[in-house]
Design a protein around this ligand. Structure first.
Ligand SMILES: [Zn+2]
Length: 252
């Protein structure tokens, strides 16, 4: 049985953040900002990349496409590390226009700015073990869409997630409650309940990782504060990162 009632109570009302719409666009950075370590030797390609990274996406589709492009560079070993110069940092002194929220895991191998080859001022990042959340964390996820008009939220699960693996092992063994990570296990339990426990740990954990992503997406969509942003084009999507390939794919 999926323990939605408990999760709903723990993930209750979020309030107090006013919608102020999109902030000012990012101040354009000079082409020198985008030279990039390891970028293309083709100057035409480099300038195209510079233009792409200085104009923030304004729709969910544009934002997802930008993430996919950056992830492809990361996976191919061709990351450009945009928006990392002192000049680009100073340009953001009084403004920011992050164009996606990534709600991911604390795992050191899954840093969103690296995985999506983005730089300063581009992404808002919320990270907890296994993307678990309560009311406090949920407000951090809601902040970008509600206060800044960020058009996309990505819940990012990943291969070999230790939090989900621990939850699987604890729940599979029906362990006693002296677990120091019992809150995390409790939060991930609906994903365990959602899969067929085959007893094959690797198979089950992978299924749980994807199930957990989808459950978190659905829980976020139910947050009352997301109603207006969703009506205005906000998308909340699930994704999975393969440490092995470096690639991110949608989970649907
Ligand atoms: Zn993880």
């Amino acid at each position: 049985m999926v323990n939605n009632s408990l999760k709903s109570s723990r993930r209750g009302l979020i309030s107090g953040i006013g919608a102020v719409g999109l902030g000012a666009a990012l101040t354009a950075c000079s082409a020198d900002d985008q030279g990039g370590q390891g970028g293309s030797a083709d100057p035409t390609a480099a300038s195209t990349d510079a233009a792409a990274t200085t104009t923030p996406p304004t729709t969910a589709t544009e934002a997802w496409d930008r993430l996919v492009e950056g992830n492809a560079r990361w996976a191919a070993g061709e990351a450009t590390h945009p928006n990392t110069t002192p000049e680009s940092r100073e340009a953001l002194l009084d403004t920011q226009s992050p164009w996606a929220i990534v709600f991911g895991c604390v795992d050191s191998r899954v840093a969103p700015e690296l995985v999506f080859d983005t730089g300063n001022g581009e992404l808002m990042i919320v990270r907890t073990a296994g993307s678990t959340f309560d009311e406090l964390v949920a407000e951090s996820v809601v902040y970008g869409p509600l206060a800044i008009g960020t058009p996309l939220v990505v819940v990012l699960g990943h291969q070999h997630c230790g939090a989900v693996t621990h939850a699987y092992e604890a729940l599979h063994a029906d362990a006693e409650d002296d677990d120091p990570f019992d809150e995390i296990v409790e939060a991930i339990e609906p994903a365990y309940e959602a899969i067929e426990d085959t007893g094959e740990e690797e198979t089950d954990v992978e299924a749980m990782i994807r199930a957990n992503v989808l459950l978190v997406v659905e829980d976020l969509k139910k947050q009352p504060e997301f109603a207006d942003p969703i009506a205005n084009g906000l998308e909340i999507v699930g994704a999975y990162y393969s440490i092995e390939t470096g690639l991110v794919e949608r989970v649907e």
